[in-house]
Design a binder for this molecule. Structure first.
Ligand code: NOJ
Length: 580
């Protein structure tokens, strides 16, 4: 009946719901799920090379980050994770560290760092540092010593295989142009192991001296006051150092063979004792192991290892040919369920190892870029788990303009290309995939304004600014109340003012709906309903919960169209209702 048509334009009442004391008490009773700053944190990830350049060399720097702290504060985020800023020859943009106690000269000085940190703390923004200790740079003093002779005291800091034992058993390398993780070094007639590039030799964690070095480095930064550590590739540090033959497609199944090997938990427990237990720092591992059991063993509080990990299954869903929302829901729901009682995870859909959020998971056409970017940010900020928001995604920045292999700067892209050639593979197909999924897409300069080089630098940027910077940039979006940026800020405030979005129980609704992701979150007497149309079509969904709406907390479009218990959602519409 038409009379039951309810077409409402509901006001945004972001600060409408305040948690009462009772709900906080109940929350506190939940033991492990009780309040922790790192559970409530909203983390903004900065790729320093691409954020803001203050000296015109085309490379972002620490002074640039400091200069933009008011902007970061205006987003409402509570912590920043910085990709590595240590001295590095930049074979892998800082993930090849040559001095863990110094700042990369491109980025500035230790004085710049100290100033940046104190300005962050001034604004109540915490800082999470990237700790890259599965490997160092081959230009690190340790490796220089290690390779110099077989009896050098640093020899056992790395994994060496003497050539007289014959060729070592094959190990797959993610960044090597031949895919071979062993590199022969004639200086001492031995091979060294590198899971990543040849300039990233793997450290030998069986050596207690290596572990002590790492804990000392972590103390150095913790004493400076940093608030957390993200452990790069840490799930790979433990290795069977007899290096037995692996009769498997290692390239395809390397996680199975490399992740969470014997010894890893001992190292983490030791790190917890030596470092984490001594400071109020958060710890997060890149990678959550091979299965749920591994993930729990990494992050369950009673294990005294890490606070959280991030699993790749979700972020890996988007493919050049698209992805199914059903699959997306299944993956996020299964991880959510698995960690609903114990443990804590991170929520993210993009980072510096991925192409842009809106280009991979949304729709970057001019018509749908803004609503789909808002919808995806709504998703990230309404799930349980600590959200990680990648710089530029708050604007809906898109993939860059990359055509030929010469346009790419990332070692993974370049050596991957060489590998395809070595293997007589399909170069055109490889390039096609790269244009969609290369990490360089997610590393283009931050789009600050419509001025030259998007206001990122006065010099030629190290990676070209994406063509659309004249319309997609901070200055333009700040002044447009309906921009992706302003939606992001509202969503951040909504999460910060509603514990239910942080701690509330998640329930998937309309599970098999092909276009709409619907779920509720509930904490004590508070309940919200999240509705996200992941498609470029109008979508309809019937839900009992729609009869209990009390308010619209956020909506990326101006319209709410409900007929009895059926809501019609516009393409990429995202709405959160509070329920009675
Ligand atoms: C994971 C990092 O996220 C990635 O950027 C890097 O290339 C590898 N680890 C090697 O450190």
């Amino acid at each position: 009946m038409k009379t039951s048509l309810l077409l409402m334009i509901l006001a945004l009442t972001i600060n409408g719901c305040k948690e009462n004391t009772n709900s906080k008490q109940k929350l506190a009773e939940k033991g492990e799920s009780s309040r922790k700053w790192w559970k409530e944190a909203i983390i903004y990830q900065i790729y320093p090379r691409s954020f803001k350049d203050t000296n015109g060399d085309g490379v972002g720097d620490l002074k640039g980050i400091t200069q933009k702290l008011d902007y970061i504060e205006s987003l409402g985020v509570t912590a920043v994770w910085l990709n590595p800023i240590y001295s590095s020859p930049n074979d892998d943009n800082g993930y090849d560290v040559s001095d863990y106690r110094d700042i990369m000269s491109d980025f500035g000085t230790m004085e710049d760092f100290d100033h940046m940190l104190s300005e962050m703390h001034e604004r109540n923004i915490k800082l999470v540092m990237d700790v890259v200790v599965n490997h160092s740079s081959d230009e690190h003093y340790w490796f220089q010593q290690s390779r110099s002779s077989r009896d050098n005291p640093y020899r056992d800091y790395y994994h060496w295989w003497p050539a007289e034992k014959g060729e070592p058993n094959y190990r797959y390398s993610l960044f090597d142009e031949k895919g071979d993780a062993w590199k022969y070094d004639s200086l001492t007639d031995a091979y060294y192991l590198h899971y990543f590039s040849q300039k990233q030799p793997d450290l030998n964690w069986e050596n207690p001296k290596v572990r002590k070095e790492v804990y000392d480095i972590m103390h150095f930064w913790a004493e400076k006051g940093v608030d957390g550590f993200r452990l790069d590739a840490f799930q790979f540090v433990a290795k069977d150092t007899s290096f037995p033959a692996i009769d498997d497609d290692l390239e395809k199944n390397f996680i199975e063979h490399y992740a969470v090997q014997d010894g890893l938990h001992d190292y983490l427990k030791e790190m917890y004792e030596e470092v984490f237990s001594k400071y109020d720092v958060m710890s997060v591992a890149e990678g959550a192991g091979r299965n749920f059991e591994d993930a729990h063993n990494l992050v369950d509080a009673d294990r005294k290892e890490l606070n959280m990990a991030y699993a790749f299954e979700g972020v890996d869903i988007a493919k050049p040919e698209g992805y199914s929302l059903k699959h997306f829901k299944e993956v996020f729901t299964k991880w959510e369920r698995e960690f609903s009682e114990k443990g804590w995870l991170s929520i993210f859909l993009a980072n510096h190892d991925q192409a842009r959020l809106v280009s991979r998971f949304g729709n970057d056409s001019p018509k749908y870029r803004a609503p789909s970017a808002k919808m995806l940010n709504t998703f990230i900020l309404s799930m349980r788990g600590t959200p990680y928001c990648y710089y530029g995604d708050e604007l809906g920045m898109t993939n860059g303009n990359f055509e030929t292999i010469e346009d790419f700067k990332d070692i993974a892209a370049i050596n991957g290309y060489k590998k395809v050639i070595n293997e007589n593979g399909d170069v055109d197909q490889y390039l096609k995939n790269l244009r969609f999924s290369s990490r360089d897409n997610g590393r283009t300069p931050m789009q600050w304004s419509a001025s030259e080089h998007a206001g990122f630098s006065t010099g030629e940027p190290w990676l070209p600014v994406t063509d659309n910077y004249k319309t997609i940039n901070v200055v333009t979006e700040e002044t447009d109340s309906s921009s992706v940026l302003n939606h992001f800020k509202k969503m951040v405030q909504l999460r910060k003012s509603h514990d239910v979005l942080v701690y509330g129980e998640y329930r998937l609704l309309a599970a098999s709906h092909p276009e709409v992701y619907a779920f509720s979150r509930e904490l004590d007497e508070k309940k919200v309903l999240v509705l996200l149309n992941f498609s470029a079509d109008d979508a309809h969904v019937e839900l009992e919960e729609l009869s209990a709406i009390s308010d619209t907390l956020i909506n990326n479009l101006d319209i709410v169209d409900i007929v009895e218990n059926r809501i019609s959602l516009q393409p990429y519409q995202a709405i959160i209702f509070s329920l009675n």
